[in-house]
Design a protein around this ligand. Structure first.
Ligand code: NAP
Length: 244
C-alpha cells in the first residue's frame, strides 16, 4: 500500500483499534512509533512485532506534547511522515448527572490532545512539505448518543477541527483526514451491557460489530499516497449504520 519506510506515530497503540492499526501499517512496511500509557501492553506489542519503537506518554500532559513529538520523531530517525491520533476515552453519564470532571477529561484527552498532537506534528511535517494526519472520530460524533454529551462533542470537534487544519495546510502538502468507526469490538465496547449491544447490532445493516482491522484498513488507505488528493474528509467505517 505504498507506505514503505514511512515514519508513523500511532497513539492509543495499547488499545484494541490502535494495536490493529500498528500491525496493519507495520506489515505494509512503515516504521512505527507506538504510544500509550500502559507500558506492559506496549512492551508486549514490541515483543510481537520486534522492529517498532515504543514510547509511553500520557497525552493529557499538554505541556509535554511538543517534547513528546520531538522525542518520538527522533526515535523514528528525525523525520515524521504521518500521525494517527487514535487515543480516546469515554466517561459516560446522562447530562444532568455529568460532572465537570467527566466533561473536561473527555474533552481534554479526545479533543485538546488531538489538536496539540496535530499542531506539533504539522510543525515537523512543514520541514518536508508533506505529511498525513489521521484523526479517529466516531459515528456518535455525527449522530449524537444518550449519555455521551462529552464524548460526542469531542468527536464532532475532531471532525470540524480536522477540516480547518486540512484547509490551512493543503498548500504545504499535508493532508488531514478522519476515520469515524461505528461500533467496533474492543475493550471500549465490552463495557456496553449485552442486551444493549444486541440492540445496537440489530440496527447495523451489516448485522455485526466492526473489527479493529476494518478501521485499520481505512487508516492504511489514508496513510498511503493513494489518498494524496483527499483532505478534510471523513471515512465512515460502520457497516452502514450511519451514512455521512
Ligand atoms: P481502547 O481499547 O479503550 O483503547 C484506548 C486507547 O487510548 C488505549 O491505547 C489507551 O492507552 C489510549 N489512551 C487513553 N487515555 C490516554 C492518555 N491519557 N494518554 C495516552 N493514551 C491514552 O479503545 P478503542 O476501542 O481501541 O478506541 C480507539 C479509538 O477509537 C478511540 O479514540 C475511540 O474513541 C475510537 N472509537 C472506538 C469505537 C469502538 O467501538 N471501539 C467506536 C468509535 C470510535 P493506555 O491504556 O495505554 O493509556
Amino acid at each position: 500500500m505504498n507506505i514503505e519506510k514511512k515514519n508513523i506515530i500511532v497513539t492509543g497503540a495499547s488499545g484494541g483499534i490502535g494495536k490493529s492499526i500498528v500491525k496493519k501499517l507495520h506489515e505494509n512496511g512503515a516504521k512505527i512509533l507506538a504510544t500509550g500509557t500502559n507500558e506492559e501492553k506496549l512492551n508486549k506489542l514490541k515483543n510481537e512485532l520486534k522492529d517498532i519503537e515504543i514510547l509511553s506518554f500520557d497525552i493529557s500532559n499538554h505541556e509535554k506534547i511538543e517534547e513528546f513529538i520531538e522525542n518520538a520523531t527522533a526515535k523514528l530517525g528525525g523525520n515524521l511522515d504521518c500521525i494517527v491520533n487514535n487515543a480516546g476515552i469515554t466517561k459516560d453519564n446522562l447530562t444532568i448527572r455529568m460532572s465537570m470532571v467527566e466533561w473536561s477529561k473527555v474533552i481534554d484527552i479526545n479533543l485538546t490532545s488531538t489538536f496539540l498532537m496535530s499542531k506539533f506534528a504539522i510543525k515537523k511535517m512543514l520541514k518536508n512539505k508533506s505529511g498525513k494526519i489521521i484523526n479517529i472520530s466516531s459515528v456518535v460524533g455525527h449522530t449524537g448518543n444518550v449519555g455521551q454529551a462529552n464524548y460526542t462533542a469531542s468527536k464532532a470537534g475532531i471532525v470540524a477541527m480536522s477540516k480547518s487544519l486540512a484547509i490551512e495546510y493543503a498548500k504545504k502538502n499535508i493532508n488531514v483526514n478522519c476515520v469515524s468507526p461505528g461500533f467496533i469490538g474492543t475493550a471500549m465496547t465490552d463495557k456496553i451491557d449485552d442486551k444493549f449491544k444486541q440492540l445496537i447490532i440489530s440496527k447495523i445493516p451489516a448485522n455485526r460489530l466492526g473489527s479493529p482491522e476494518d478501521v485499520a484498513n481505512a487508516v492504511l488507505f489514508l496513510a498511503s499516497s493513494y489518498s494524496d488528493y483527499i483532505s478534510g474528509e471523513t471515512i465512515h467505517v460502520n457497516g452502514g449504520l450511519y451514512l455521512g
